[in-house]
Design a protein around this ligand. Sequence first.
Ligand code: SF4
Length: 421
Amino acid sequence: MSMTFVEKLLSNYAGEKNVVPGQIVTVHPDHLLTHDNTAAIIKKIEPELKKYGVFSKSLPIIVLDHVIPAASEKTSTNHKVIREFVKTHNIENFFDVGIGVCHQVVIEKGLGLPGKLLLGSDSHTCSYGAVGAFSSGIDRTEAASLMLTGETWLKVPDSIKIMLNGILKFGVYAKDVVLHIVGDISASGANYCSVEYHGDIDQFSIADRFTIANMGIEMGAKNSVFFVDAVTEIFLDSIGVSSSSYNPIFPDRDASYLQELEYDLSEIVPMIACPHTVDNVKPVAEISGLEIQQCLIGTCTNGRLSDLKVVADILKGKQVNSNVRLLILPASKDILEKALKAGIIETLIKSGGVLLPPGCGPCLGAHQGILAPGERCLSTANRNFKGRMGCKDAEIYLASPATVAASAIYGKIIDPREVMK
Ligand code: SF4
């Protein structure tokens, strides 16, 4: 029987010869990711934890990233509770304040690998499809139960095949591709589906694939995945992961899909998601000239070295507009160190950027760069819901790092190709 990626992977984990969409399977994931919300999760199972402990000390991956450094007594107390939990249960994979955004850390540390199954109490857990893993978000109650038992159930998703054909034009990036797709199929267009990317994929780095997989949830997908190729192998080798430590999974050629979509990459232009939904997408040129007060470069969507480099190349020798605050948020300490070494951070700061510690920063609206009523922020993040950056009377626009950098110079939204040419 021919199978898609997700059908093959879940049949492996369920110990079944084959599975079909809609079937419920019981699985033992390789890892469970939690972040600052670990405190709330372990609170749900306090008595059971005392009696039985965690299922396995290698199952959880805990990263403090959402509100770091702690912004209040409440958050610092939560962090303290989590550190005590980590010590008591000898949790192997714990990353304290300053290491980075959880999803970046999972990939960087080689914890999300091809053919593996990871679940996490964060909706952007779908990011690890960038390296050929099945990964998906679950809620906190499910995460609590998984922490104790090591087991959970999944409904086998239908699969959608997306063909990306052709070559991206100058000034157009992976973020524009995924915004274009979300705008086309809508925020619910891939609801509970496994999205597979096929076609001319070798032009996309792992950082690009991460950006696209990360936003799978913005089209409702259960997971989204790129298949292992030379780009993946070189990346994994660069972080010390040998090919003998993973088993890539590929769909069968004649696997059956709920839907097959095709995009000509050469026709895609810089795109922007307008308030207040991620699928309210337009070409950047259509809203050119709209004034902005804050720009954000970073988050798990676009805080990687290649993103910071694009921004530095555009800003070099120029100044951020005096009406704009440009916040720079490397996705991890490792990225920050590399950007420092390459002189990227110096360029960004000299141009007027404000450097924030590696983490989620203002993305979730809890601290660092909360917007005022009536303000507009142009961000490289993945969500622009009303109130997302802490103020329900502010507007958030989402675009590529190039669009954000170019617009920061003018204080107005602008197609980056106008600055880059
Ligand atoms: Fe969530 Fe934003 Fe943090 Fe990513 S950077 S994990 S989207 S809060």
